[in-house]
Design a protein around this ligand. Sequence first.
Ligand SMILES: NC(=O)c1ccc[n+]([C@@H]2O[C@H](COP(=O)([O-])OP(=O)(O)OC[C@H]3O[C@@H](n4cnc5c(N)ncnc54)[C@H](O)[C@@H]3O)[C@@H](O)[C@H]2O)c1
Ligand SMILES: [Zn+2]
Ligand SMILES: [Zn+2]
Length: 361
Amino acid sequence: MAQHVRGVIARTKNAPVELTTVVVPDPGPGEAVVKVQACGVCHTDLHYRQGGINDEFPFLLGHEAAGIVEAVGENVTDVAPGDFVILNWRAVCGQCRACLRGRPWYCFNTHNATQKMTLEDGTALSPALGIGAFVEKTLVAAGQCTKVDPAASAAAAGLLGCGVMAGLGAAINTGGVGRGDSVAVIGCGGVGNAAVVGARLAGAARIVAVDIDDRKLETAKKLGATHTVNSASTDAVEAIRELTGGFGADVVIEAVGRPETYQQAFYARDLAGTVVLVGVPTPEMRLDLPLLDVFGRGGALKSSWYGDCLPSRDFPMLIDLYLQGRLDLDAFVTETIALDEVEQAFERMHAGDVLRSVVLL
Ligand SMILES: NC(=O)c1ccc[n+]([C@@H]2O[C@H](COP(=O)([O-])OP(=O)(O)OC[C@H]3O[C@@H](n4cnc5c(N)ncnc54)[C@H](O)[C@@H]3O)[C@@H](O)[C@H]2O)c1
Ligand SMILES: [Zn+2]
Ligand SMILES: [Zn+2]
């Protein structure tokens, strides 16, 4: 029988979010209902609310979550009621050309629940990133649930569901940072600072954090940056080169999503180095680079979706590192809030006051 629970929706473009009743159907074949315990507030939720992603209002916001599986539908074998899971927005299909070639982290046909959660009047909700987790219970595809060690706190575990995984993976998976590498990270919000942590975890010898906000650079330093650069007052490219023997960094991670910071990343890397774009640009942005520089400097220009993660491989491993004290996920939880405080959390995020606000349910 469908359940009526409380959830946070964006009803129309740019209107403040609303706490309302959401109807959650019983899980059908391949689906699961998850009792959400924690869900981080991500920039993408605000983008949805502002109509920056698409016009399919009303949205059920929230997508950076962990919780307990309550019920599963037919043909679900990987998770069972009672499992502690992290939700992911890229449930791989196992059948597309990427999956069949053994590269499931690139899956071109990821999927979500087939049934819709609705408002009480029957209006279908569009769940943010196919999840929708600012809600007491949510319906997802079972493949969006990855079982991890229940000893982890839900607030910390949920972070791996989006931004923190994107940053960690940009360094470890996409950037391929290795022992002894020099790394620069441009933009040290939740994602960029996670890239700092990922670079440290992978054994980088030098990690240069770049931001225009000193508060973010302070955090970067605590999380493992060996040097910091405030690019509001200092030329980022010059500074990164100076800190890397005059050459530039082996891997430069752009975690802002703007042409000017991408250009900095491009010129702040060493010859044959790698640039990773993890920041998300908007449709009108353009880039103008001498093609000869693209050719002449060699190396790799990559973009990173969700840190090229494979949830079934990466989530349990990262949670184990967290439980061993080797990955400080708690450092990203600036504050915990209630379900009716999402709008205020958007304001604090916009002002740059937090790495992550996490809703506890
Ligand atoms: N690729 C993915 O899968 C993925 C996943 C989640 C988020 N993202 C994207 O990553 C980006 C960062 O997300 P976040 O949650 O860390 O956001 P955030 O707002 O917390 O952080 C952005 C940081 O960039 C800094 N900044 C802004 N302009 C700058 C400039 N000109 N030079 C240097 N620093 C500058 C800000 O001070 C801030 O610290 C966003 O574009 C977000 O959409 C990508
Ligand atoms: Zn696939
Ligand atoms: Zn997100």
